[in-house]
Design a protein around this ligand. Structure first.
Ligand SMILES: [Ca+2]
Length: 328
């Protein structure tokens, strides 16, 4: 009897969880339509003009699909190597090399102004959107409105939405062309609206900061983001290394930073077993999860990439793609 009761209770818990996790909007204060009226009033109070509000919200609906994407947990079934070879196929590397050549002049200009090497700008562009090919087909206002109505991070997305409206008000892009990811990351550099306001730049000086269709603006905006986040233009991101036998594994941590010479003395080597370069750099050791013990010595610029997206796999993808773009 007890056993059965236990089972029933379990089932009841599972059932109620299933209901509460699919019926996302239940706890919202008002029905969507009424809530939207208040939201528009807030936008007007924030100085957004009526024609922009009318245009921006013309066809906006609450999209369940966006909420289910928000709830979807990424599966971690791949090893680090599998992830890397899937994320950085030969085709992407070749396309990147071609882009690096094709846009060499403008990338050079951007490097001069922001101090970010072309290979890193192109690598970020490639990892984020496959060089502008996949920018996400979502209407940014609709995506942010849906996420602002939802309860999980309502305040955050409401702020981002208000900034998106400001971007429309300033005519950097039209409503129809303001496309992005389901989470509101916009254009070829996948900037959230708040990043756009802080870091996007009008490199071609046509009066619009256009990270959707103007490549000079895309490159300069990405470089400006990195520059403002502490990028060092005379350094790389890191390198794969080998640890000598008996190496103290407790030293593998982003929290532990040591000069190159000290790592050398402790038994860190290049993957071919030779000595580390004699540079005055400070680094930390990283072992990506699921990576079969592969170890990387990372420098300041790796930490800067983490400010763009706090993910080991993301930062490793950008760093390794940048390296491959300039290797034969
Ligand atoms: Ca522009």
């Amino acid at each position: 009897m007890l056993k059965i009761l236990g089972k029933l209770t379990c089932l009841a818990i599972v059932a109620s969880f299933a209901i509460s996790s699919t019926n996302y909007a239940v706890a919202a204060k008002k029905p969507f339509g009424e809530w939207l009226i208040d939201l528009k009033a807030e936008a007007r109070a924030n100085g957004i003009s009526q024609p922009i509000i009318d245009d921006a919200f013309k066809n906006v609906k609450f999209k369940e699909k966006i909420i289910s994407l928000d709830r979807k947990q990424p599966e971690v079934t791949q090893t680090f190597q599998q992830y890397m070879s899937k994320r950085l196929p030969k085709s992407l590397i070749n396309q990147g090399k071609a882009r690096l050549q094709k846009h060499a002049a403008i990338l050079k200009e951007v490097e001069k102004k922001y101090g970010v090497q072309p290979r890193f700008v192109v690598a970020l562009w490639g990892v984020e959107t496959r060089f502008g090919k996949y920018t996400g087909g979502f209407n940014v206002v609709e995506a942010l409105t849906t996420l602002a109505y939802d309860n999980r991070r309502a305040d955050y997305f409401r702020k981002e939405l208000m900034i998106a409206l400001q971007i429309l008000e300033e005519k950097h892009i039209t409503v129809g062309n303001m496309k992005g990811s389901w989470a509101g990351a916009m254009g070829q550099a996948q900037f959230m609206p708040s990043s756009f306001i802080n870091f996007a730049v009008d490199h071609d000086e046509d009066g619009r900061r256009d990270i959707w269709t103007t490549k000079p603006d895309v490159f300069a905006s990405a470089a400006n983001y990195l520059a403002q986040s502490g990028w060092k233009g005379d350094q790389t991101w890191g390198r794969e290394v080998k640890l000598n036998e008996g190496f103290d594994l407790s030293l593998i941590s982003l929290k532990i930073q040591k000069p190159m010479q000290e790592w050398q003395d402790l038994g860190v080597r290049k993957t071919d077993g030779s000595a580390l370069p004699a540079r005055q750099l400070v680094g930390s050791l990283v072992q990506p999860k699921g990576g079969a013990g592969q170890t990387f010595l990372i420098y300041n610029n790796y930490r800067t990439i983490l400010k763009w997206n706090y993910s080991t796999y993301f930062a490793m993808s950008v760093g390794q793609l940048a390296d491959r773009l300039v290797s034969p």
